[in-house]
Each structure stands twice: as C-alpha cells, then as structure tokens.
Design a protein around this ligand. Structure first.
Ligand code: ADP
Ligand code: MG
Ligand code: MG
Length: 519
C-alpha cells in the first residue's frame, strides 16, 4: 500500500535543514507568497506563505468522497439562498441576540422589500472537513463548516503542488513526488467569475474585488485576478470606503464605482464585524446588495453559510425538503455531517447545555463568526471557537438567558495527529504533531434568465434589462438544476496546524498550506 513520508527522512536533521532551504526558495519561485506583517500594503518586502515541509497523507477514499459531494453542496447552498421562509425560520433566534447576523439579515430584508434580487447568482464556496477516527480506526470525513463568503487560498493552493513535488524529489522520494495531485482552484474560480461577468453582459463593466484595508494575502487574490486578465476581463480592487465615497446606482440600479460600471462584486472582505468600521461601510454594503451587479456572494448566500444554518441542516428531515426526490444526494451530504446541536431556548437547547456541561471535551462551542483560522494572523490568535473547560465557563454565564442562542454546539472531530515541519518566517525549524483540514472548492453560476445569454450579441442595454427580472414571492421556491449554468468542484486545499495545545482546551495555532498525499 502507498505510504506517507518515511521515518528515516523525517528524522534526518541535516537533510531536513537542506530541504527547508530548498522548500522556501521553491515557494518563492512558484509564487506561494505573502506580504510581511510589518508592511501589509506594500509588495516591496514579501515572504513565503507559511507551509508544511512535507505533504500530508490523506485517505484516498475520504478525499474522493469530499470531491464527489461538492456539487451537491453547491446546489444546497443555492437552494437555501432562494428560500426566504427557511432563512427566516433558521435565523430568527440567532438575530435576536447576535447583532452582526441581525445587521446582515436587515440588509437581506431590505433587498426583499425592494422587490428584486439580481437573478444571476455566483457562488464560490469552500467546504472544510477533518477526518475523524471511525470506531474501527478508519478515517471518516466530517464537515467542519462551509464558507460561502471570501473562501481564501484558492490562489496560493494552486501553486503548492510543484513546491512539494520538488521537495520530495530532492529528498529522493520520486514515487511520492508523482503522487502529488494537480490542483488549480484559481482557474475554476476565475472561470465562474468570468461566466457571471459574461451573463451580466456589458463588455466595459469590471469585476470589483472588495478587499480589506490590510492586504497581506494579496497574492492569493492576484492569482484569480490574473486569470481574469488573461481572459481580457478587467478587474479592480476597492475598499468599503471607496464605495462609500465614489459609488452610486443609476436609475436601472447599475453599480458605478469611481465612474466604472461594476458587473461583479467579489467580496474578500465583510465577513467580520470588525470589517465594518463605520456606518458608511454598512451603507456601502447595502448599496452593493441593492445593485444590479452580481454579488459573490449575495446577502442571502452569505446568510446560507452561517453556522446556525449548518446546525439546522443537520436536523432530521431538513435536507429532504431541499432534495425531495433525491434520497441518494441527501445521504451523500448527511454522511459528512458531524453532530450539531441547537442552543435555542426550550427543552432541546436545555438538553444541549446539559450535554455540553457534562462532557465539554467532546464538543466545540461556536458563535456566528468567521475567519477564525485565517493564515496571516499572529500565531497566538485563538479564533472564535470555544473548547474544553472554557465551554463550561461561557455556558454557565449564558445558559439561563437568550444570549446562549448566539452559539451552536458541535461534536469535536479528532483527526489522527501526524508529524511534520511547519515552515514559517522567523520561526525555528522543529518537528510538530499536526492536524490537517481538507477544503474543497465549489463554483457555480445560476441564472433565472430564460435563455442563457451569449456575451455581447444583442445590444448591451437589452441584456442588462433582461437580467433585471423582478423577484416575486411566489417565484422564490428552490429552483431545479436546469438554472445552473455552471456547477463544479474546482479544486482543494489542505491546511495543517500544530496540535500541541489542542488537548489543553486551547485552540491550536493557525494552519499553514499543505498538499494531500493520497494513501
Ligand atoms: P471559521 O469560520 O472561523 O473558520 P471554523 O468552524 O472553521 O470557523 O472553526 C475554526 C477552526 O476550529 C477550524 O479550522 C478547526 O481547526 C477548528 N474546529 C472547528 N470545528 C471543529 C470541530 N468540530 N472539531 C475540531 N476542530 C474544529
Ligand atoms: Mg468559516
Ligand atoms: Mg473555517
């Protein structure tokens, strides 16, 4: 049977030191890059994005299972986004106590009230998994979460296979080197963005990347920008403040920023409360959501990616509503669910509290937050989730009040720790026990326009107007697959982190880039 990295290679300190030097240079040459913390808005000084020295063995069966279910996840997210009743019911408890989700929900309601959603939907998501140890010791794929907003590393992960191939060759591991899979999410993500741009149907309109003030991870985004420029599709980078200052809608609700018409807004910022530094940022978000521009994601798809929705989906009978005639799809999706529990007021939530207090080490307590495992943060950053004894502290504080509804509880997944070296700037080289998380990128484009429009054939005006179909309340049921113009799994991401502190109830360090080595 194919194996991972031989022990004698792992333990050969002289070789490891040489390999680390080779590895860093390979990463720089291939473009696995990141700006440095001190100057996040300048490319004068850049470094390699942190990564593992060796690829990590991953079960082939689990890996293929994750790829196979991705298009169904795409469909599911899209169906949820078009179901106002479901979103309303799912999020009612959360929005009474979570101000951020409530604010997003307010924007959603405003767009509903306006009577129109842009009928072209562009979804770029990443479903993340860990491999739990099954009862018989076999790896069992369990979803950690699905990211429908600003799922990152599709760019840099496209550059990673060549880096590990080279390291393995230098280490004399030629057979292993050939087992590193090709991976190029950037191309697939860009293809979906390009499709949405074509459907919008205005050749001079641009793709706008809505980006953060601090742009350390710019190279990840540039990979996608470059793919679009290769297709002669213009891209621009703007921040909330730019939209506030120079953005406007014309009478047809077309979005203009700095005088340029925007066909697609690709959000790479706006998923955390801290991203909205002022009321103007919220105003800018609302303006974009109300506009005719295709949003990736639109507000309803953003809400479909909340952890509360994830928990509701795990309840009996819910997936069946979205796939009434497809029991095999339901089964495929459900097989990836870990235990998820509501903390709403009432007997069900009371039971969850009791269960968590009795065995906190079995669970993770999660608020409705994103971005807890983002790479450019400092290593000591602990994320948003709550583990171990801290679960008891937090729950004891909120168990009698509605505040507990801001959280969900989830079974903790226990992957098998594997040894590796994490390469990070200014960090001594040492072997670590590591845990990995597999992400799978999905890309889809759905349109409610009757005929799929070919770019630039009819006059532009007609195309844009045709795509602004009014949204009616009886027209919002989940749609059939025929509306999907693209629905694909476009690649994967493996991230690996040190597990050193995981048992002490402290979230482990932030993950670094990796590649799966299928076994
Ligand atoms: P975020 O949206 O902040 O990335 P996640 O749900 O992905 O939130 O949680 C952040 C990190 O916490 C994950 O990358 C993973 O390392 C860890 N984690 C989350 N849920 C679990 C779980 N059920 N079991 C074990 N680890 C988890
Ligand atoms: Mg997330
Ligand atoms: Mg995550």
């Amino acid at each position: 049977m194919a194996q991972g990295i031989p022990h004698n290679v792992m333990m050969n300190t002289t070789l490891i030191r040489d390999l680390a030097d080779v590895a860093k240079d390979a990463a720089l040459l291939k473009g696995v890059l990141m700006r440095i913390q001190e100057t996040p808005n300048s490319s004068e000084l850049v470094t390699y994005a942190p990564f593992t020295l060796f690829p990590t063995p991953v079960s082939k069966g689990a890996f293929l299972q994750a790829l196979a279910v991705q298009t169904h996840y795409n469909t599911l997210v899209d169906k949820i986004s078009q179901d106002p009743d479901f979103l309303h019911k799912a999020l009612t408890s959360t929005i009474t106590v979570d101000d951020f989700t409530a604010r997003l929900f307010g924007i959603y309601q405003q767009v509903l009230k306006d009577g129109g959603f842009q009928p072209i939907a562009l979804g770029l998501n990443r479903s993340d998994y860990m491999l739990d140890q099954g009862e018989d010791g076999s790896p069992c794929l369990k979803q950690i979460e699905i990211n429908t907003f600003a799922a990152s590393f599709g760019g840099l992960s496209s550059r990673m296979p060549d880096v590990h191939r080279q390291i393995l060759k230098v280490a004399g591991l030629h057979e292993e080197s050939q087992r590193i899979l090709d991976n190029n999410p950037a191309v697939g993500l860009a293809r979906a963005i390009a499709k949405a741009w074509e459907l919008y149907g205005s050749e001079k309109a641009v793709i706008m990347f809505l980006v953060e003030d601090s742009q350390r991870n710019i190279f990840d985004q540039r990979c996608i920008e470059n793919e679009l420029w290769t297709r002669n599709i213009p891209t621009i980078r703007k921040q909330f403040d730019d939209i506030h200052k120079t953005g406007c809608l014309d009478q047809d609700k077309r979005l203009f920023v700095d005088g340029q018409e925007v066909a697609v807004v690709y959000f790479r910022n706006g998923y955390m409360p801290q991203n909205y530094v002022s009321e103007q940022a919220w105003d800018a978000r609302l303006m974009m959501e109300r506009s005719l521009a295709v949003k990736c994601p639109d507000i309803r798809t953003h809400l479909a990616g909340t952890k509360k929705v994830q928990q509701i989906l795990a309840k009996p009978g819910v997936l069946e509503k979205f796939f009434p005639d497809q029991p095999q799809v339901v089964e495929q999706i459900r097989a990836t669910f870990a235990g998820l529990y509501s903390l709403d007021m009432g007997p069900e939530g009371d039971k969850t509290v009791e269960m968590a207090l009795a065995a906190p080490d079995r669970f993770v307590l999660k608020p409705q937050r994103e971005g807890g495992a983002i790479l450019p943060r400092s290593e000591s950053y602990l994320g948003n989730n709550i583990y171990g004894s801290e679960i008891c502290q937090v729950l004891e504080g909120v168990m009698e009040s509605k505040e507990r509804m801001a959280y969900i509880l989830m079974d903790k997944i226990h992957p098998v720790p594997l040894q590796n070296y994490l390469l990070r700037r200014d960090t001594p080289l040492k072997i670590s026990n590591c845990l990995s998380e597999l992400g799978v990128f999905g890309a889809y484009v759905r349109t409610s326009v009757e005929d799929v429009l070919s770019p630039f054939s009819p006059p532009e005006d007609l195309l844009v107007r045709k795509s602004l179909i009014q949204w009616h309340s009886d027209d919002c049921r989940p749609r059939k697959g025929k509306d999907m113009v693209m629905n694909e799994c476009v690649g994967h991401l493996l991230r690996t982190k040190s597990s050193e502190h995981a048992d002490g109830g402290v979230a482990a360090g932030v993950a670094v880039l990796d590649n799966p080595l299928l076994v």
